[in-house]
Design a protein around this ligand. Structure first.
Ligand code: FDA
Length: 485
């Protein structure tokens, strides 16, 4: 077992962890980053599949994502716009594909009116919300106890309007069924992008891509850290607080089975909360440090054995956060055939298996790529059928937007983050009904020497790379303040 001593140990080499590690290193602290996987990037993964470069994870950059834009510029990367010339396609309840331009779907005038009115109502509510503290809004408790679906259905009885409004934060963002999360959680999602209107505007939220792939961001950040990024090092155990200096005792020395043991355990947790010092172990390495940053999705904290255990608040809170789930589908064709029909590639339907799809052709590539998304319950259902049937059904859905040629890609790939041990879902995590107002304020609070950073706890940039970077900067700042104090 190798032994390492550093000022700070960072757990997770995603955008959040690598941002924090770079900030700390620049400020003169020594760091090491421990990464479970055999690559850096976490939910950013640019790979070549059967000769096609694909963005298997995050890829788009929007104009409000200043932290990401700054990092992309700092790393010398360049961006290009998503292809958007021509008509978009909408499939309504009658199953007919209709072309349209602009932001409003081609729906009946009364449905359009309902969508417009409710969008204006939502924009006004979102404008009152601080994405970093949505729980502070005077109506937060009320808005966190009603589901997104129930609130929308209370605004109108136009089902098509409800479905179209719902999917912007549902299937397309939180990737959970809309009855499982609250209005407040939905407002946070919109506030994190500036407004509800921003979120539904594909030209805004899915504006640019990075030439060569977004995984270059974590790769270049890791390059700056050199040998201080260790791959294939899943962290198994963290001893924190005063006892971390002598962390060689067995993990289960205090079982908490007897009342006295339980009292002793609670006292140890309290002592650890007001101290510094951590000992972090993987299968190969022991790191002793003053502080740790947990830069992994909070749903994965229970994979690590904490000694003493985390406080009861964290134990409770972490059971109220869960990952959404979406399959990102990549279909590559010998040419972008839809452009010949005057189509932009942008397609939506709350009635289709693939509720949204886009032209995802790489910069300078002659071949054409479509990307489609299958979310929440639809994604669960598809993983109950064979791979062949899944592919057939997804391509059938894409053909409803682009015609029969969509059924014959030369490369086809499904990103399935639900089966990735070190992520367990996509895109990110959110609270269940009532959880945001009950626990949100505590989610990113440090626990003793343990600081926390992840896109899943961001305000601005929530569930996005931008949020991960912002949270990495914040966690580094917290530690620098304590280290200097
Ligand atoms: P992230 O999960 O990336 O990193 C955490 C790291 O911790 C991982 O590398 C993991 O392996 C590691 N880890 C976990 N447990 C560990 C342990 N016990 N020990 C050591 N290491 C451990 N965003 C965006 O801005 N634009 C977009 O277009 C998209 N699209 C998109 C598509 C898909 C399919 C996905 C899955 C995600 C997106 N996103 C996105 C979201 C974006 O990718 C995501 O929010 C950030 O990359 C998350 O970065 P973090 O560093 O916070 O976590």
């Amino acid at each position: 077992m190798d032994e390492i001593t550093r000022d700070v140990v960072v757990i997770g080499a995603g955008a959040a962890g690598l941002t924090a590690a770079n900030d700390l290193r620049k400020a003169g602290l020594s760091v090491v980053v421990l990464e479970a996987r055999d690559r850096v990037g976490g939910r950013l993964w640019t790979d070549v599949v059967e000769g096609a470069m694909l963005e298997l994870g995050g890829q788009w950059v929007s104009p409000d994502q200043q932290a990401l834009i700054d990092t992309v510029a700092d790393l010398g990367l360049s961006t290009y716009s998503r292809y958007r010339e021509g008509d978009s396609v909408y499939v309504g309840p009658d199953g007919e594909a209709k072309r349209f331009t602009g932001e409003m779907f081609p729906v009946a005038p009364e449905t359009e009116r309902a969508i417009d009115e409710i969008t204006a109502r939502l924009d006004a509510m979102v404008a009152e919300i601080d994405p970093d503290k949505p729980w502070e809004h005077p109506n937060a408790a009320e808005w966190d106890t009603i589901s997104w679906d129930a609130w929308l259905r209370a605004q109108t009885d136009d089902d098509e309007a409800v479905r179209n409004l719902a999917f912007a934060t549902g299937s397309a963002m939180l990737t959970k069924p809309t009855h499982t999360f609250s209005l407040l959680q939905s407002l946070l999602m919109a506030a994190s992008a500036g407004s509800y209107s921003h979120l539904v505007d594909a030209d805004f939220i899915l504006d640019k891509r990075v030439v060569g792939g977004l995984q270059q961001v974590p790769e270049l950040l890791a390059e700056r850290l050199g040998d201080d990024v260790l791959l294939n090092q899943p962290v198994r155990r963290i001893v924190w607080g005063p006892e971390s200096a002598a962390a060689d005792r067995p993990a289960d020395a205090v079982t908490g089975r007897r009342v006295d043991d339980l009292r002793a355990l609670t006292a140890r947790v309290e002592a650890a909360k007001s101290s510094t010092g951590v000992t972090v172990t993987t299968d190969d390495v022991t790191v002793r440090a003053r502080f740790a940053i947990l830069a992994l999705a909070p749903v994965l904290y229970p994979r690590i054995s904490f000694d003493p255990p985390l406080p009861r608040l964290q134990h409770q809170m972490h059971q109220h956060i869960s990952m959404g789930f979406v399959i990102k589908v990549h279909a590559v064709y010998d040419r972008p055939f839809w452009r010949e029909q005057g189509l932009s590639g942008t397609a939506f339907s709350p009635y289709e298996l693939s509720h949204e799809a886009y032209d995802n052709t790489n910069h300078g590539d002659e071949r054409g790529t479509l990307v489609g998304f299958v979310s929440d319950q639809n994604a669960d259902d598809l993983f109950r059928v064979s791979a062949e049937e899944r592919k057939e059904r997804i391509l059938e859905s894409l053909s409803h937007y682009y015609g029969p040629e969509a059924k014959n890609p030369v490369v086809y790939y499904e990103s399935d983050w639900g089966s990735e041990e070190w992520t367990r879902g996509a895109y990110a995590a959110s609270f269940d009904l009532g959880g945001l107002q009950r626990y949100g304020a505590d989610l990113r609070e440090p626990v003793g020497p343990l600081h926390l950073a992840c896109s899943d706890m961001a305000g601005a940039g929530y569930q996005h790379v931008d949020g991960a970077i912002r949270q990495g900067h914040r966690a580094a700042d917290e530690i620098l303040e304590r280290a200097r104090g």
